[in-house]
Design a protein around this ligand. Structure first.
Ligand code: NAD
Length: 453
C-alpha cells in the first residue's frame, strides 16, 4: 500500500503545501537494491570516535575500511561543506560518568553535518560484564543517548542504533556493522542489539551471496512480509521453500516462480504439518539452514467480545504450530549445524494493543521462546532470534480503520510505515552467517515507533 503523505511531501509543489498545513513531511527512505555487496560503504565518509581505551575501536576501524568506507578519525580532516554519511562511536572504554562526556564532545559538533539517510552506530560494553556498577551504568546510558539521537535524526531519514559487545565478541562485529550502516537497515531505528560469542562459529562468514547452497523455509510466503522475505533470500542465492495454506497454493506458486522457489501447500496447524515439512525438505534438499516462522494472523476483538474460536485460532497459528514444527525438525535432525531460526513477533507483543489479547500473547511468547531456545542450540552453531515489525504496509494494516492506520504510520521517528522489504532485510540479516554473534534476541523493525518504546 502506498503512503500518500510520503509521495506528496517529496514533490516540489505539494511538498510546500504539506509543510504549510503543518503536516509531517517524511522523506522517501532510500532502500538497498539487491543483495549484499563486498563493500557496502564504498564512497561513504565515516567519522569514527570513542572513549579512550575502548576495546572495539581497532576492530571497528578495520571492518569499516574492509567495507569500503573512507574512515576519518577527526572532523578537521574534512572540508567544511563535506557531509558525513555515518558517525560511529566506541563507548566501551567508559568507566565513570565523566567518560560519557566524550560522547557529547564527539557528536555535538558534527551531528548537524550528518547526511540525509545517514547512520549513527554506537558500540558499548555489556552491563552484566562490567567490573563496577558505575561502568554498568555508563555502558547502559549509551542506549538512552542512542534512542534520543534516533528521534532527533528521523527528520533526515537518518537512524541511530547501538550494539552491546563484550571483548570476546568483538571479532563478530562485521555483520552487524555492515547491516546497521547500510541501506539494508533503513527502517531499523533506535534499537539495541547484543553481539556475543555463545553460538559456535565455523569458518569466516561469506559477505555476498550469503545463502548460496543453503535451503531456507519461509512460512506464510504467498504474500506480504513472507513473500518479500522469500525474494530477499533468493537475492542471496538461497534455495527457497515457501509454505502457505493449501487454499493459497496457486498464489504461492506465482510468488515463488520468479525466485525458482519450491511451493509447499500445508496448514501449519495441521497435526501432520511437522512431518510434511520434514518429508518435503528430505525430498528436495540436504537439511534446512534457515527457517522463518512468518505465517501469522490477527483476529482482533476486545477480550469481552472475543470468541474462544478466535482465541484458539491465533494461539494455534502464531505460537503452538511453531513450537511443534521446530521440536520435530530438531528431533529429526532436519536442521543442519549452523542453522538459523527467525520468528516473526510484533511490537504488539511488546506493547500490547486494545483488541489484541490473543495476538499479543502469542507475539510476546515468541520473544520468550527465542530467548529460551538460543542457549539450547548454541553448541550446534544454531542461532534463534525474533523480528518485531511495527507498522508495515501490507494487507494486514490496509484493513485497519483510517485514523488508526494514520496514527500507526506516523507515530515513529521516520513518520511513515515500513515496507515488507524492510522486515525481509532484518530477517535476512539475522539469518545470515554475519549475525553469528546475535542469538536469543528480538530486533524491532519499526522506524523507532513510539508504541512499546
Ligand atoms: P499477510 O496476511 O499478508 O500474510 C500472512 C501469510 O500467512 C498469508 O499468506 C497466510 O495465508 C499465511 N498463513 C496464515 N495462516 C497460516 C497457516 N495456518 N498455515 C500456513 N500459512 C498461513 O500478513 P503479513 O502482514 O505479511 O504478516 C506476516 C507476519 O508478520 C505475521 O506473523 C504477522 O503477525 C507479522 N507482523 C505483521 C505486521 C504488519 O504491520 N503487517 C506487524 C507486525 C507483525
Amino acid at each position: 500500500m502506498n503512503d500518500y503523505l510520503v509521495d506528496l511531501a517529496n514533490r516540489p509543489v505539494t511538498g510546500e503545501f504539506v509543510k504549510k498545513l503543518g503536516l509531517p513531511t517524511p522523506l522517501h527512505l532510500v532502500r538497498a537494491e539487491g543483495g549484499y555487496v563486498a563493500q557496502p560503504l564504498a564512497g561513504k565518509v565515516v567519522l569514527l570516535g570513542g572513549v579512550k581505551g575502548g576495546y572495539a575501536t581497532t576492530a571497528l576501524e578495520a571492518e569499516l575500511k574492509a567495507a569500503g568506507a573512507d574512515v576519518v578519525r577527526s572532523v578537521v580532516a574534512l572540508a567544511d561543506e563535506q557531509k558525513i554519511d555515518a558517525l560511529v562511536f566506541d563507548a566501551s572504554g567508559a568507566q565513570e560518568p565523566d567518560d560519557l562526556t566524550a560522547m557529547y564532545t564527539f557528536f555535538h559538533p558534527v551531528v548537524g553535518r550528518m547526511a540525509k539517510q545517514g547512520r549513527a552506530l554506537l558500540v558499548t560494553g555489556v552491563p552484566a560484564q562490567a567490573a563496577t556498577s558505575a561502568q554498568a551504568a555508563v555502558w547502559r546510558g549509551v542506549e538512552g543517548f542512542t534512542r534520543s539521537l534516533g528521534k532527533e535524526l528521523g527528520k533526515r531519514a537518518a537512524t541511530a542504533n547501538v550494539l552491546y559487545v563484550g571483548p570476546a565478541a568483538v571479532d563478530r562485529i562485521a555483520g552487524p556493522l555492515r547491516f546497521f550502516l547500510s541501506a539494508h537497515s533503513t527502517y531499523v531505528d533506535g534499537q539495541p542489539l547484543r553481539v556475543d560469542d555463545s553460538v559456535v562459529a565455523s569458518g569466516t562468514p561469506a559477505l555476498t551471496e550469503v545463502f548460496a547452497g543453503k535451503t531456507v523455509l519461509v512460512t506464510g510466503a504467498a504474500r506480504g512480509i513472507g513473500a518479500a522475505t522469500a525474494a530477499r533470500f533468493a537475492d542471496e542465492g538461497a534455495q527457497v521453500i515457501g509454505l502457505d495454506i493449501p487454499q493459497d497454493l496457486e498464489t504461492l506458486e506465482k510468488t515463488l516462480a520468479p525466485l525458482g522457489g519450491l511451493a509447499l501447500g500445508v496448514d501449519i496447524t495441521d497435526a501432520a504439518a511437522p512431518q510434511a515439512i520434514a518429508a518435503f525438505v528430505k525430498e528436495h534438499a540436504k537439511g534446512l539452514d534457515v527457517t522463518v516462522h512468518n505465517a501469522g494472523v490477527t483476529r482482533d476483538k476486545t477480550l469481552k467480545n472475543m470468541s474462544d474460536k478466535h482465541w484458539n485460532m491465533v494461539l494455534q497459528i502464531n505460537l503452538a504450530a511453531i513450537l511443534r514444527i521446530d521440536a520435530h525438525l530438531h528431533a529429526k535432525k532436519v536442521y543442519n549445524d549452523g542453522a538459523r531460526i527467525v520468528c516473526m513477533s510484533s511490537i504488539g507483543g511488546i506493547a500490547g494493543n486494545v483488541g489484541q489479547t490473543n495476538y499479543a500473547t502469542t507475539k510476546a511468547a515468541l520473544i520468550g521462546y527465542v530467548a529460551a531456545e538460543a542457549p539450547r542450540h548454541a553448541a550446534r552453531g544454531i542461532g534463534v532470534n525474533a523480528v518485531a515489525p511495527g507498522f508495515i504496509e501490507t494487507r494486514m494494516t490496509a484493513a485497519m480503520p483510517f485514523m488508526i492506520r494514520e496514527a500507526g504510520r506516523r507515530m515513529n521517528s521516520l513518520a511513515q510505515g515500513g515496507q515488507p522489504e524492510d522486515v525481509a532485510e532484518a530477517v535476512c540479516f539475522l539469518a545470515s552467517p554475519g549475525a553469528v554473534g546475535v542469538t536469543g534476541q528480538v530486533l524491532r523493525v519499526c522506524g523507532q515507533s513510539l508504541i512499546g518504546a
